[in-house]
Design a protein around this ligand. Structure first.
Ligand code: HEM
Length: 399
């Protein structure tokens, strides 16, 4: 028998708990009750949970700032661009970066994305089983990303090691000092890797993202080397795990909800709308932090200047006020203004790119392996923070 998801009513609100990460939606819904003792804070950070409040906070960076005066926790030596800087400077960078990730540009690479997806699926489809995270969800966005950046495919393992060295350092659990040290060392390697890539393209530009950064200008001046590095660093951290996590959550949901899966197998034209609904429901990037710049009131809650708050995107995405019935996964949902990609000026730069990756992954997987389930007796594991399904053993009839 498969160990299904835990009883949602029994799960306390704790985004750092793996049980919560597996099935957070009902706990989120409870946070919308202002009387709930849990709605107040997470590890001292006040929470913004209602859809309307979250959208307001995301759209007002002059009140809820992304410039955090906290120690660089991700091995960085400077703020990552554009995520950790505020408008108007952030807007100048988005003007350069948005065209590089436009819908049109991303559609042009769709055939290449599809061929990477089918090649990976070919490697395991005939075997009738796989650990899905390792077999597909991790390498798929990484291979595509290397190509988009113009980096050699042989660097896949190195790229994964660098990314994991920051996001999940291989240090003893709970040893914060060792984790910080490992991240700092890995951060230096990431800067060095991208410095080499930038140098290789100076004077010899190619049709890739790094070459475009070399040719870009703000106020008539080229980007500095550090600005380019701070952008590339963010791409490595923001563009890979997010896609891995979303694909894993989607595939697990469809493993545990076979009726929904069959609807998509029989009606693949529903997949683009289903991808949006699963982004809403799963919200793999559960929240984004902000610093409050002045005392402010949102709904019934006061936020004081200087405090670090968490905008809980996952909670906002199950707010009945916006999504009724929010607890129902409607793969044909019409209006769906979910916040899984954030909102306001920092809304995800890679959303067109991610959507194509997610759609193609689902189309190709359901076409090749329409009927799959979690391996009997096994329990998938979902990591806290970014909700990545770190262990997802699947089986299907390959005869
Ligand atoms: C399903 C996959 C993805 C999800 C769920 C996701 C989610 C998010 C969210 C929630 C934000 C807002 C952060 C904030 O407000 O502080 C964000 C920003 C960002 N994302 Fe994504 N992301 C995904 C894929 C990608 C990809 C493929 C890229 C590749 C370039 C990317 C690059 C970025 C960048 C550069 C930002 C910062 C934008 C800014 O601050 O102006 N993301 N993403």
């Amino acid at each position: 028998m498969t160990n299904g998801p835990p009883d949602p009513e029994a799960i306390p609100f704790n985004p750092l708990d793996p049980g919560f990460a597996r099935s957070p939606q009902s706990s989120y819904a409870r946070l919308h009750d202002p009387q709930s003792p849990q709605s107040a804070a997470l590890a001292g950070s006040p929470l913004i949970t209602r859809y309307e409040d979250a959208l307001w906070a995301l759209r007002h960076p002059e009140v809820f700032s992304s410039e955090m005066d906290v120690e660089m926790a991700l091995g960085t030596e400077r703020p990552m661009i554009p995520q950790q800087i505020d408008p108007p400077r952030q807007t100048q960078f988005r003007k350069i970066l948005d065209p590089l990730f436009s819908r049109k540009r991303m559609q042009a690479i769709e055939p290449a994305i599809r061929s990477h997806a089918t090649r990976l699926i070919d490697a395991f489809a005939g075997s009738g089983r796989c650990e899905f995270n390792r077999a597909f969800a991790i390498p798929y966005p990484c291979i595509i990303f290397l190509q988009l950046m113009g980096l050699p495919p042989e660097d896949l393992d190195l790229f994964l090691e660098l990314k994991d060295g920051i996001i999940r350092p291989p240090t003893p659990a709970g040893d914060m000092e060792a984790a910080v040290e490992h991240r700092a060392k890995t951060g230096k390697r990431i800067y060095a890797y991208f410095e080499d890539a930038i140098d290789e393209r100076r004077g010899e530009p190619r049709d890739d993202i790094i070459s475009h950064l070399l040719g870009a200008q703000i106020d008539g001046k080229p980007l500095t080397r550090n600005e380019m590095l701070d952008i590339c660093y963010l791409f490595l951290l923001g563009g890979l795990d997010t896609v891995t996590a979303t694909i894993g959550c989607n595939v697990l949901y469809l493993a545990e909800n076979p009726t929904q899966r069959r609807r998509l197998v029989e009606n693949p034209e529903l997949i683009p709308v289903a991808v949006e609904e699963l982004l809403r429901w799963e919200t793999p990037v559960t929240g984004v932090p902000r610093v409050v710049k002045r005392d402010v009131r949102l709904g019934e809650r006061e936020f004081s200047k200087g405090s670090l708050v968490m905008i809980l995107l996952g909670a906002a995405n199950v707010d009945e006020g916006e999504f009724a019935p929010a607890e129902q996964v409607d793969l044909e949902r019409g209006r769906n203004r979910h916040l899984a990609f954030g909102g306001g000026p920092h809304r995800c730069l890679g959303s067109h790119f991610a959507r194509i990756e997610l759609r193609i992954a689902m189309e190709e997987l359901l076409r090749r392996i329409p009927d799959y389930e979690v391996a009997p007796g096994e329990s998938p594991r979902v990591s806290p923070g970014i909700r990545e399904v770190i262990y997802l053993p699947l089986v299907w009839d390959a005869s």
